[in-house]
Design a protein. Structure first.
Length: 134
């Protein structure tokens, strides 16, 4: 059956494996913490999800991955024509700004990634101290 789902949700990253059980290994490895608020839409058949049209806009004041604090997270993605478009993913951490955009071609079983990443004003001393003490 085809679904048309639209809505706003808030979810806790530590419980992401309960929403998507296939992510349980990733959740254990990354030890995510924090709440994310998102607007979502999905149009299509769940079993044929690659052919669906979907979108996600998400934000969080602060999340933590493996002890690394990431602030002011914003994510805007959409999926159509068997491609995931990362319009914008941005966050602040260690005095700097991280921006990501790109395209993930999911037509085949092994996706093809094409991304652009920009890092600005990152405090490498703070980051390296965090990495060393982790």
């Amino acid at each position: 059956p085809e679904f048309n789902i639209y809505g706003d949700i808030t979810f806790y990253l530590a419980q992401l494996d309960k929403i998507i059980p296939s992510l349980s290994k990733v959740v254990r490895q990354l030890e995510p913490k924090g709440a994310v608020t998102a607007s979502i839409h999905f149009e299509g058949e769940p079993r044929k999800w690659r052919k669906a049209t979907a979108g996600l806009k998400a934000k969080a004041d602060q999340i933590t991955l493996k002890g690394f604090k990431l602030n002011n997270l914003y994510l805007n993605t959409m999926m159509q024509d068997e491609k995931i478009y990362i319009k914008n993913c941005s966050l602040n951490s260690y005095g700097g700004i991280f921006n990501l955009s790109g395209l993930i071609d999911i037509e085949k079983e092994r996706p093809i990634y094409n991304t652009n990443v920009t890092l600005r004003e990152l405090d490498l001393k703070k980051l390296s101290l965090k990495l060393y003490n982790s």
